[in-house]
Ligand binder design. Sequence first.
Ligand code: N01
Length: 548
Amino acid sequence: MGGSAWGATDGTSVKSADVDVVVVGGGGVAGLYLLYRLRGLGLNVTAFEAGSDVGGTWYWNRYPGCRCDVDSLEYSYSFANDLQQEWHWPERYGTQPEILKYVNHVADRFDLRRYIQFNTRVTSAVFDANSNLWTVTTDQNDMIRATFCVMATGNLSTPRKPDFPGIDDFQGEWYHTGLWPHEGVDFTGLRVGVIGTGSSGVQSIPYIAAQAKHLHVFQRTANFSLPARNEPMNAQTELTHKAEYPARRKAAYDTPFGIAGYPPPAKSALEVPADERDQIYERKWAEGGSISFLYSFNDLLTNKAANDTASEFVRQKIRSIVKDQEVAELLAPHTHPMGTKRLILDTNYYETYNRDNVTLVDVKSAPIEEITKTGLRTAQAGYELDAIVFATGFDAMTGAMLDIDIRVEGGPSLKEAWSAGPRTYLGLMIAGFPNLFTITGPGSPGVKSNMMLSIEQHTNWIVDCLQHLRSRHHRRIEVEPEAEESWVTHVREVADSTLYPLANSWYMGANIPGKPLVFMPYVGGVQMYKKKCDEVVANGYEGFLISG
Ligand code: N01
């Protein structure tokens, strides 16, 4: 590992010497790009990764039908032009195996694996304010000291299996979509139950239905899903897109979701006659994709009456696809405005309910009470199952970080600091926790944007900041509490000006019993956020205290 660019501080000898930066979650999409950039600066780096290989979310989520909901030409790194020109995406949206192959290729091409210790989960990170060093420990008994610590731990990386009583007695097999067996699962001839109808459930249900003898889908809340319209990559589209890559990538930073090519809509949904409005929705429905649909009008996420028109359009589509109108009515969402929970993209989801071997069970009116030895029991009936799939989601945005004992010696832990909900400055740093960075943390547009772009932008910001510190021989950076307070207020005010808080979503922490109900992402748009990040730097790292 060698010495530190910032030099040793207190002469303490620790395992394998000091490093400049320790990266937690080094094998994910964020961790890998961070390693690439940090090594580019010549810094000494060690990364820990819980998985046995690279891939992050694409390593863990191997359930059938898993694919990205952002076009593959967009959901890819932009930092190396050769890479983006040479890589061929075979379909409009990347499948999980294809994206995993791509991430592996990137790790090999840029020789990044050598910095990562796999099969290692970080258990604690403690900052010593005297030496300005983080001491990071792992479940493999590593202990390493670093000047800076970066959490590249992901937003949807802590799978959540509800605590149904009886699960340990279940005699069949059960799976969580976010922890899928690497060897795959063959459901042929089995009676299967899927619990959960978010993106993971909706993507996997058509595939499981095609194999299973019978599939019961246990739905608590109906969600809005749009057709993905996946298709083989069109050769001309690919050629044109690649020719325009540099301009497109640049333009993406000037958009709300970090994806170029969608002209901002000029009109409100309420400004146009109903038949014209429906024609626009029809066109978007046929086109496929979520951003395109949300871009039908300029107020779908800010005006309830405008949103009602889009929500009703999708409900009508569900009624027209699903033959049994009782089932269609159960599938038609009424609990939240369309788009305020993550919009799902599917292939043949609603059509799947026309199969004879698929039954939808409403577990809102009759909740699941227990898992039994041979299946599960709701308040109304028992179901015999050979396998259960939990598509029940994640402790999103804060789960992975709060699983680690992060603290400043003598100060509060992160768990205490975030007891009323996460607080950050720009989703990049946390007041009271010097030299600790987060990539796409709460308070940033991360999960509400093209994650690839946000990951690159955050990483670039962090690495530029480290370079700034090093060139000026500083070894400590921390957030001014007032700057954090004002950003937290801004994030909340922006969210409150939209319809997002009307949904019990994982954006709000509403899917985890007892989690504080705080809208966590920044929904002011990538363009506003990047402008703010750039201004902060231009104003001499406004809101940060630099010392040491
Ligand atoms: O999880 P979710 P997910 N009894 O939280 C239900 C990303 N992602 O893994 O809504 C019964 O959305 C729960 O019901 P309810 C994407 O950002 C992306 O599907 O809480 N049901 C809900 O239906 C996505 O948003 C991609 O009432 C229970 C479901 O489980 C995020 O990951 C693909 C229950 C959980 O849905 C999370 O998606 C996959 C209980 N006790 C994921 N507890 C793509 O790129 C929970 N549920 C396409």
